[in-house]
Design a protein around this ligand. Structure first.
Ligand code: HGY
Ligand code: MN
Ligand code: MN
Length: 419
């Protein structure tokens, strides 16, 4: 299959990444652009205008997912999509999610400049609320698209201030007409930073992502008794924060016992009344467990329940725990993986297969369309941190692999349809 000798414009892509990083930019050089805030709305409006300038028509579904469509020769065919996300963590970086969407825009611009017409339409997608930081769980809108969640369940998700997802989406004016999930895709590719140390450590430029590990999120509420820090004897205390501290150590030990592939994190904790001279009567905290093997995740969950019960009893408090998110391990489409691997080989980029430690929208889109991902390194594997950084030549390499994989998939699907 002879593919056109097209290449993206690295300087234009890098400038676009740096320019849009100003929307929600932080003093430390990161981005704080939480989903469904006015900053998210601002970058969405910028993205729509840029895609229209690149020759696209834009549609939005009722989860706020944005689809920028470049027509092909045969617009009766479902589009080949390039998707990722523009929302960030509270202390996010310039690259997580963003290089995936903006490389898609660069691909559109490259095709426009070359006057090259694909057979399939091409669509670049901004998936709403990939991060799951403000509204849990992560990948909420690609999850509705992939049939994992209902729209009503998603709309009812609340942030820590009690704001509903549906109300926040309405507030920023991004509730589209199209029912989420009624948008067939011929294939979906996503370029993303690895967010881990492997590619950099092995001097590889491209990660050929074969799948995403399993992930489970839990919410734990520990209830004791508020009482006076000075006049309550130690044996009479029902200290919810002391119990929570023991539980957090147990979360860590469960992950360590399932090393090297298990990870366990408590990232959010709220103690009430959070006053320095009151013994905390209630604590809320979250647990994030991940492992490539769902059976091990299930055993980690059992160990968590046992640990929380034992610690609660020994600490004279009560507790409640619920699993709010269970995202099974995902394997991507062999043909899409092959298109990425071939493009990396053709580009002469050192590459390796890799399973994603982080969650991505592609994990849910894979349920309804042939999907795979491309990773590029990030410095010291740091991500979800304002210091997150990537090399321009690596981002350009990833975008060129994305371009060639999309063009190869376009030809492959056309040849198959003709056979
Ligand atoms: O949690 C994750 O892995 C992703 O960053 N939302
Ligand atoms: Mn991401
Ligand atoms: Mn992220």
């Amino acid at each position: 299959m002879s593919l056109p000798n097209l290449a993206i414009d690295p300087a234009r892509l890098w400038d676009t990444i740096m320019d849009t990083a100003k929307i929600g930019g932080t003093a430390k050089g990161g981005i704080k652009r939480l989903t469904l805030t006015e900053l998210d709305a601002e970058v969405r409006r910028w993205f729509i205008a840029a895609c229209e300038e690149a020759g696209c028509t834009v549609t939005i579904d009722d989860m706020g997912n944005i689809f920028a469509r470049r027509p092909g020769r045969d617009n009766s065919l479902p589009p080949i999509a390039i998707g990722s996300h523009l929302d960030t963590q509270p202390t996010g970086g310039k690259y997580d999610g963003i290089i995936g969407v903006l490389s898609g825009l660069e691909l559109l611009r490259t095709l426009r400049d070359a006057g090259y017409e694909t057979t399939h339409p091409i669509e670049v997608i901004d998936w709403t609320n990939e991060e799951g930081s403000r509204f849990a769980p992560a990948m909420l809108s690609s999850g509705v698209f992939g049939g994992q969640f209902t729209r009503d369940w998603a709309y009812a998700r609340e942030d820590r201030d009690g704001v509903r997802f549906g109300d926040a989406l309405t507030e920023i004016g991004f509730v589209g007409e199209e029912p989420c999930g009624q948008h067939p895709l011929a294939a979906h590719f996503e370029l993303h930073i690895e967010q881990g140390p492997i590619l950099e450590a092995e001097d590889r430029v491209i990660g050929v992502v074969t799948g995403v590990q399993g992930m489970r999120w839990y919410e734990v509420t520990v209830t004791g008794n508020d009482s006076h820090a000075g006049s309550t004897p130690m044996p009479l205390r029902h200290d919810a924060l002391l119990a929570a501290a023991r539980m957090i150590e147990a979360v860590h030990q469960i992950a360590i016992r399932n090393a090297p592939d298990a990870v366990g994190t408590v990232g959010l904790i709220e103690a009430r009344p959070n006053s320095r001279n009151v013994i905390p009567g209630e604590v809320f905290f979250t647990v994030d467990f991940r492992h490539p093997d769902d059976a091990v995740l299930a055993s980690m969950e059992q160990a968590l329940h046992a640990a929380l019960s034992g610690i609660a009893e020994a600490s004279a408090v009560t507790h409640a725990v619920s699993c709010i998110w269970n995202s099974p391990a995902v394997r991507f489409d062999a043909e899409c993986i092959g298109a990425v691997r071939h493009a990396a080989e053709q580009g002469g980029f050192p590459h390796r297969d890799i399973i994603s430690g982080a969650g991505h929208d592609s994990a849910y889109v894979a349920a309804v369309a042939p999907t795979s991902m491309i990773f590029v390194p990030c410095a010291r594997g740091i991500s979800h941190n304002e210091l997150e950084s990537a090399e321009p030549e690596h981002v350009a390499a990833g975008a060129n692999v994305l371009l060639q994989a999309v063009l190869a998939m376009d030809s492959t699907l056309v040849e198959r349809a003709r056979a």
